[in-house]
Design a protein around this ligand. Structure first.
Ligand code: 5GP
Length: 208
């Protein structure tokens, strides 16, 4: 039987390069499934419905909440974002390691619901570099950039609640670190209760 997949959450300041890291990780390894969130924010240029996000109206999002179709949801800078349940559960059952690229409030809710979840926090090497990346991306107005920098200050207060810190100064190296951290989770003692029980039983029999 195929081992059940790991659930990993990747968070980080807006502009930390999470999107680039995810793309590189997915391109390099085929054991991962990236969850696609629902959001009420409008698509950015080049984004497609069903690829980056499921772009929905507020009413539809609220209906998903009511029908309990989201593992978690949060408000982030004036919009709703949430993780559809069905895809995550079925992919984990099929043995895929599922990655949620979500913000901090959502990450903590997922950890509460599923304590085995691995929480990874990605940051650029410095605050200055973060601002440079946000401005350089050229997809947001100065007002939105300022709101996101402010949000980064709040998020920094909580980043020590994550299991691991990844400094994204070089994409390839960061992807490798992420891959190894997630893969090492498969060996957690808590996930191998059946093996441990069998081993104990056999040892008892052999030593009798
Ligand atoms: P963006 O608008 O830049 O695509 O995303 C804004 C923030 O929302 C990012 O920190 C991103 O990780 C987070 N986010 C995306 N999808 C979800 C989700 O399903 N749930 C939560 N809680 N946050 C999300």
């Amino acid at each position: 039987m195929k081992e059940r997949g790991i659930l990993a959450v990747v968070s980080g300041f807006s502009g930390a390069g999470k999107g680039t890291l995810m793309k590189a990780l997915m391109g390099k390894y085929d054991n991962y499934a990236l969850s696609i969130s629902a959001t009420t924010r409008k698509p950015r240029e080049g984004e497609e419905h069903g690829r980056e996000y499921f772009f929905v109206e507020k009413e539809e999002f609220e209906k998903m909440i009511e029908e309990d179709r989201l593992i978690e949801y949060a408000r982030y800078v004036d919009h709703y974002y949430g993780t559809p349940k069905e895809y995550v559960m079925s992919q984990m059952e099929a043995g895929k390691d599922v990655i949620l690229e979500i913000e901090i409030q959502g990450a903590l809710k997922v950890k509460e619901k599923f304590p085995e979840t691995l929480l990874l926090f990605v940051t650029p090497p410095s605050a200055e570099e973060l601002k440079k990346r946000l401005v350089g991306r050229g997809t947001e107005t100065m007002e939105v950039i300022d709101a996101r920098m402010k949000r980064a200050c709040e998020e920094a207060e909580e980043m020590n609640r994550y299991d691991y810190l990844l400094i994204n100064d070089q994409v390839d190296r960061c992807v490798e670190e992420m891959h190894h951290l997630i893969q090492s989770q498969h060996r957690r003692m808590g996930l191998h209760g059946e093996f441990v029980a069998d081993m104990k039983e056999e040892l008892r029999k052999i030593s009798e």
